[in-house]
Design a binder for this molecule. Structure first.
Ligand SMILES: *Cc1c(COP(=O)(O)O)cnc(C)c1O
Length: 411
């Protein structure tokens, strides 16, 4: 029997969500559309299996096939990211947040000092938010971006590192539109003998495709989610130098997790095979072209962007000069069929619940085959709706027609 017959309630809700995803524009920087093949692996019978432990060291019987799948996932991650031979991979973290906590738990003691980006300037909850386990457990000291440039001020980071002597320096962000200079971070980490950790959750796909420089030649530990620009299932990967491998594996299991989600791990393997192709590299290049085109068009309509532009898949629009808060902007855009999320901008005078900015990303619309021309169309829709919320319904209908020409993968 099918889901449709057995559980029409859930079936119908899934269909409704499918329609929403099909008929609207997804500009949420952390979202994407996975391929049919990724969905197939994710929805497979692999979800039935318990596989606590690691390949060839499992605590349950019947893991011969599962071992092959997990080993293949690891091998493909190594290839996709061009990992040196002295690097190790763990594909078991349930998602990005647990992956980060698992690294801290592996390498630090409670109360140790970590330097990370200020949350209002683009850091993630797991980078020491006071409401997050990270902030309650470790002594986070936050650096920020420069008031003038909206970019990381590396001199500031160096001075702070000298002053606070962190055990770990973390870079990698959730709302930072510019290229990160990993080499500079490494130099700073070396000066104070700190562990260098990069959380490339957002830019993982760009890094794997060579469109953004990689931290791997310089860093000790790199985490990434697999569902943002990497365009895979919800999940995460930890990559680290071999000398941290044992501590990190132990921290993931049995330290913080039980049975790994092998269906998700199989889907990660499928994703990594996709990531290694020239088609994916072109896709990643197009994401950045689209993001620059969207930035350019929006600036033409008088929108202010933090750091005045973008080098990656996302832009941060500061709405201060547009007489609308981030919350209202997000809501009216959503009404018009444009999904975004409100966001703090650096040095925001407003509060997180209703901040001054919205964050836009081009990973999902690029997966639908949209290019620069479509970005300028999207910019005019955004402008129309922000300028006059009354046009939301009209725009929603236009977008509904428009998206028919850009079928999303997997839908
Ligand atoms: C998205 C993100 C995460 C967390 O990912 P979840 O899968 O939502 O837990 C961690 N770090 C950064 C920088 C992110 O952008």
């Amino acid at each position: 029997m099918s889901l449709k017959q057995k559980d029409p309630e859930i079936y119908n809700l899934i269909q409704k969500e499918r329609r929403r995803q099909t008929e609207t524009l997804d500009l949420i920087a952390s979202e994407n559309y996975v391929s049919k093949e990724v969905l197939e692996a994710l929805g497979s019978i692999l979800t039935n299996k318990y596989a606590e432990g690691y390949p060839r060291k499992r605590y349950y019987a019947g893991n011969e096939v599962i071992d092959k799948i997990e080993e293949l996932a690891i091998e493909r991650v190594q290839e996709a990211f061009g990992l040196p031979l002295d690097w190790h991979v763990n594909v078991q973290p349930y998602s990005g947040s647990p992956a980060n906590l698992e690294v801290y738990n592996a390498l630090l003691e409670k109360g140790d000092t970590i330097m990370a980006m200020n949350l209002d300037h683009g850091g993630h909850l797991t980078h020491g938010s006071p409401v997050n386990f990270s902030g309650k457990t470790y002594n986070f000291v936050h650096y920020g971006v420069s008031n003038k440039t909206g970019r990381v001020d590396y001199m500031e980071v160096l001075k702070m590192a000298d002053r606070v002597n962190p055990k770990l320096i973390l870079c990698g962000y959730t709302a930072y539109p510019r290229e990160v200079d990993f080499k500079k971070f490494r130099e700073i980490a070396d000066k104070v003998k700190a562990i260098a950790m990069a959380d490339i959750s957002h830019i993982g796909g760009l890094v794997a495709a060579g469109v953004h420089p990689s931290p791997i030649p310089f860093f000790d530990v790199v985490t990434t989610t697999t569902h943002k620009t990497l365009r895979g299932p919800r999940g995460a990967i930890i990559m680290c130098k071999n000398k941290y491998a044992t501590a990190i594996d132990k921290s993931v299991f049995p330290g913080m997790q039980g049975g790994p989600h092998e269906n998700a791990i199989a889907a990660i393997a499928v994703t990594m095979k996709e990531v290694k192709t020239s088609v994916f590299r072109k896709y990643a290049e197009q994401i950045v072209k689209n993001s620059k085109a969207l930035a350019h068009s929006l600036q033409g309509f008088g929108f202010k962007l933090t750091s005045d532009g973008t080098d990656n898949h996302l832009l941060l629009v500061d709405l201060t000069n547009k007489n609308i808060g981030g919350k209202d902007a997000q809501e009216v855009l959503d009404k018009a069929g444009i999904a975004t999320n409100r966001s703090m901008v650096p040095f925001d005078a407003r509060k997180p619940w209703d901040p001054s900015g919205i964050r836009l990303g081009t990973a999902a619309v690029t997966s639908r085959g949209m290019r620069e021309k479509e970005m300028s169309k999207i910019a005019s829709w955004i402008t129309a709706v922000i300028t006059d919320p009354n046009v939301a319904d009209k725009v929603r209908n236009e977008i509904k027609r428009f998206t028919k020409n850009f079928p999303a993968p997997g839908l």
